[in-house]
Design a protein around this ligand. Structure first.
Ligand code: OAD
Length: 258
């Protein structure tokens, strides 16, 4: 089925309709992508100025790249940390964090994010499923322990300091991020599917809808009767399938709806 495509971003009837739907909703889901952080100054991956325009993903975001050249991969992530530390959540992150408190049950909002920047948490959102990990966590390639690490710059190369009865681990640390060719963290996609299917309304915000399996969640939600609303200044492969596809920037529209 073709969804409606609203060019009039600030159409008051559309805003009212979405507010009414939120007021009645028992469960709300959000799928966010790089575009929600664009107005904080975080580069997206695709499109003009996108990270994958100036860097080759296979050189920087695959397990093979890390095995061949961990220093180069860490330099890339250290650079991204340096950029991120100076940035702040924007009105889109803040509006979503505020939404939880406005719903009858604050646990009824779940944000499924592909972003690793931690900006949803910094805005105050609590119930999150981070499909692709988090740049502020590191994972030991030897003992597997995951820890928070906010060092900027991070030591290159960083090594694990976990103590065991055999002494210090000293394994090489990697970003706790899902790279191309890797599985998502165990069980997380199943949880995301349940959230998508059980929601009364789901917002799909700032994602190009091309990276699987995350991209399939919006259509899965729709197939299961969830009202799906895309917010993106550009059309995407899923725009035509959504109940509403709104051509707008997230930081502009979300504060009006919420
Ligand atoms: P992309 O960079 O592929 O897409 C960003 C989307 O955000 C585009 O569709 C833009 O039109 C849209 N956009 C830009 N500015 C916006 C704004 N102000 N408000 C709303 N939308 C806006 O990013 P993702 O779809 O998140 O994976 O990419 C998915 C995955 O690909 C990422 O998680 C990353 C990447 O490779 C890993 O690193 C594993």
């Amino acid at each position: 089925m073709q969804g409606d495509s609203d060019q009039l971003t600030l159409d008051p009837d559309l805003i009212k309709d979405l507010r009414d739907r939120l007021a009645l909703a028992r469960r709300v889901a959000v799928l966010s992508g790089a575009g929600i952080s664009a107005e904080s100054g975080v580069p997206t991956f695709r499109g003009s100025g996108g990270l994958w325009r100036s860097h080759r993903a296979v050189d920087l975001a695959t397990p093979e790249a890390f095995k061949d050249n961990p220093k180069l991969v860490w330099e890339f992530y250290s650079y991204r940390r340096e950029v991120l530390i100076k940035l702040a959540p924007n009105p889109a992150h803040i509006a979503l964090a505020g939404l939880a408190g406005k719903l009858k049950d604050k646990d009824s909002l779940t944000i499924i994010t592909q972003n690793v920047d931690g900006l949803h948490q910094r805005a105050g959102s609590k119930k999150l499923l981070e499909l692709h990990g988090n740049i502020w966590r590191v994972r030991c390639t030897k003992c597997g322990v995951v820890t928070e690490n906010h060092d900027v710059p991070i030591e290159i190369l960083p090594f694990c300091r976990q103590q065991s009865r055999h002494g210090r681990c000293k394994g090489l640390l990697r970003p706790d991020i899902v790279w191309f060719g890797e599985m998502l963290p165990s069980g997380i996609f199943e949880q995301a599917c349940n959230v998508a299917a059980e929601a009364d309304i789901m917002f799909i915000i700032g994602t190009s809808g091309v990276v699987q399996p995350a991209a399939s969640l919006a259509e899965y939600a729709k197939e299961n009767g969830t009202y799906t609303v895309e917010i993106n200044p550009e059309k995407t492969p899923i725009s035509g399938v959504m109940d509403k596809s709104i051509t707008a920037r997230a930081a502009e529209l979300l504060p009006l709806i919420i």
